[in-house]
Design a protein around this ligand. Structure first.
Ligand SMILES: [Zn+2]
Length: 302
């Protein structure tokens, strides 16, 4: 069951996407010029942020600043309407030097733990869509350069008319449990002691439950008996949708696939609580910002 209040970062955006305005050129043109409109500049998929007394916040600019940060061909994206009904846009600043001294462009992932929940939910989609634009300039059908349409949410081919929509890659991320213990894996590249949930891309034609069972068996040799949906998380690195589940397995004699993982380890519920509190003596888990933390937290506290 999905929870009414998704615990994950990058969810519950305060903006109304107001998708019906995306095709309304006259409305968009007025919104561009409105006094109340705010723009968030991006450069190379990094948002513009300000920092004051250690507090990081998105560097929103008024619509009047548009010409100052981006030329006529800059990519832009209509993000939606805020609670006051004002339009919010993201713009790919092709001349970032103009903002020098006012703030900085920084990596969204690195900023993750320092930005507010609302800010992450607004910036995440912009990061994912801008990244998709950079890598998808040509028509997958005929190879011609495509045009950005619908306020940044679509590309269209002027030659064969094919439509291309921003891509989302579904990934299942799961916490296998066996009685009163859970299994976490670790990858070679991770910092020493870090352990996390297992994860893998869902393949075409594969239901989520079967992907969970396949990945858990492949990575750890554990046979899944039951899959319980926990929550989902848009993860804009580059543009995944994490589907978090708790899964009960029927064996605890794991066989770790050392191509995917360096090792795996069982943790008792008490140890899981220590991981969540960052007090485990020789292991740690991802921060609250990551869905793996939330999966572990739910199980540890259940
Ligand atoms: Zn085409």
């Amino acid at each position: 069951m999905l929870k009414p209040h998704n615990p994950n970062a990058f969810t519950r955006s305060p903006l109304d996407r107001a998708g019906h305005h995306r095709r309304d050129k006259a409305w968009l043109e007025d919104a561009w010029k409105a006094e109340t409109t705010l723009l968030i500049p991006f450069n190379q998929q990094r948002p513009f942020v300000t920092e004051e007394n250690g507090v990081v916040a998105p560097g929103w600019l008024g619509a009047h600043a548009r010409a100052g940060v981006a030329g006529p061909n800059a990519r832009w994206l209509f993000l939606g309407l805020d609670a006051a009904g004002a339009a919010r846009f993201a713009i790919d600043a092709d001349d970032p030097a103009k903002l020098e001294g006012l703030g900085r462009f920084d990596d969204l992932r690195a900023l993750g733990a320092r930005l507010s929940r609302d800010d992450l939910a607004i910036l995440g989609p912009a990061k994912a869509v801008f990244e998709w634009h950079v890598k998808n300039g040509y028509c997958a059908n005929c190879g011609a350069p495509t045009l950005i349409v619908e306020a940044g949410w679509k590309r269209q081919c002027p030659i064969c008319s094919a439509e291309h929509f921003p891509r989302v890659d579904p990934v299942c991320i799961m916490l296998p449990t066996f009685g009163d213990k859970c299994f976490l894996g670790r990858q070679r590249a991770w910092p020493r002691g870090m352990h996390s949930a297992l994860a893998g891309f869902i393949e075409p034609g594969e239901p989520i439950e079967e992907a969970v069972a396949r990945e858990t068996l492949e990575e750890a040799g554990l046979r899944v008996r039951e899959v319980r949906m926990h929550s989902t998380q848009p993860w804009p690195f580059p543009h995944s949708l994490m589907i978090g589940v708790l899964c009960e397995v029927e064996n605890d004699d794991e066989t770790v696939d050392t191509f995917e993982l360096e090792s795996g380890r069982w943790f008792t519920r008490e140890e899981a609580r220590l991981l969540i509190a960052a007090k485990h003596p020789d292991a740690f888990c991802p921060p609250p910002f990551a869905i793996a933390h939330q999966l572990l937290k739910t199980w540890a506290e259940s």
